[in-house]
Design a protein around this ligand. Structure first.
Ligand SMILES: O=C(O)CCC(=O)C(=O)O
Length: 271
């Protein structure tokens, strides 16, 4: 693995084939679809087979149109799957981080699952991100990294990430921070981008300074993927900056469902 560290430092990324088993990735993918299927049944009124990909994804689009608020909430609940969080603390990941030089790895931000499709977007930026460096939003250790992997086989047509090898050493580029990751303002040469491609189980690990962007999903399908992010608490500049944590996580101030629950519902539940 020493050679991989050298390669990582040089290129700013590694693609590791079969890093995970297909079964463990499929379990997370299944649970995510199961959550959506529960709400699809309630809102759209159909008992959809999650393994019938096109039919299920069409139902996802119908659900998105029928009840946007509930769709967004379900999308947020999906971010809390135990299976996904468990994978994020997996020994194989901790060992990989150590192999690229981490002394004291921590989770930089909660794991994120994306289900990207032009049909699941009201604005531009949530299904397709322009060129950016994740460090601008994470602001963690200088050696902070992103782990990106799809839950389905993912090639150029499904919009797998496009990366600029070795761009992790060009510095923090100017970016418009109005989107949630911020798009780099300077035009970067098209020919510098490399299109990635994955089978289920493959993993891309990249420096938070590596310039990357979403590929172009030209299919009708959803591109399901997970991003995990880590910091190295032993990195001196992170320590000197007092371990900044720029992510904000806070509860709603008001009851989401007014007049809920009734006392009787609790009595019945705990009877
Ligand atoms: O998955 C994508 O298309 C973009 C993800 C990404 O760039 C990121 O999470 O930083």
């Amino acid at each position: 693995m020493a050679a991989s560290k050298e390669q990582f430092n040089k290129d700013g990324f590694l693609i590791l084939k079969n890093f995970f088993s297909k079964e463990e990735i499929n379990k997370i993918y299944t649970e995510a679809r199961q959550l959506f299927a529960i709400q699809i049944k309630r809102v759209v009124g159909i008992d959809v087979d999650i393994n019938d990909r096109d039919t299920f994804e069409k139902a996802m689009f119908d659900y998105f149109q029928a009840d946007f608020t509930s769709f967004v909430n379900t999308g947020k609940q999906v971010q809390h799957l135990i299976s996904m969080h468990r994978l994020g603390t997996d020994e194989r990941i901790v060992n990989l981080l150590k192999e690229i030089g981490y002394e004291f790895p921590t989770i930089a931000v909660r794991p994120a699952m994306q289900f990207n499709s032009r049909y699941l977007s009201k604005g531009g930026s949530h299904w397709k991100l322009g060129a950016h460096q994740d460090w601008r939003t994470g602001q963690g250790s200088l050696d902070s990294v992103v782990l990106w992997f799809p839950l389905v086989d993912c090639d150029a047509d499904l919009g797998a990430l496009q990366i600029i090898p070795a761009s992790h050493t060009v510095g923090l580029l100017q970016a418009d921070t109005s989107g949630y990751t911020g798009s780099i303002q300077d035009a970067l040469p098209e020919e510098d981008y490399v299109q990635t491609s994955f089978e289920v189980g493959d993993l891309l690990i990249f420096s938070a300074f590596l310039v990357h962007r979403s590929g172009d999903n030209i299919t009708q399908n959803i591109r399901w993927s997970i991003q995990l992010r880590y910091n190295n608490m032993a990195e001196p500049t992170f320590q000197e900056r007092g371990f900044p944590m720029p992510y904000i996580y806070k509860p709603e101030e008001n009851l989401v469902t007014p007049d809920f629950p009734k006392k009787e519902q609790l009595e019945q539940l705990f009877a």
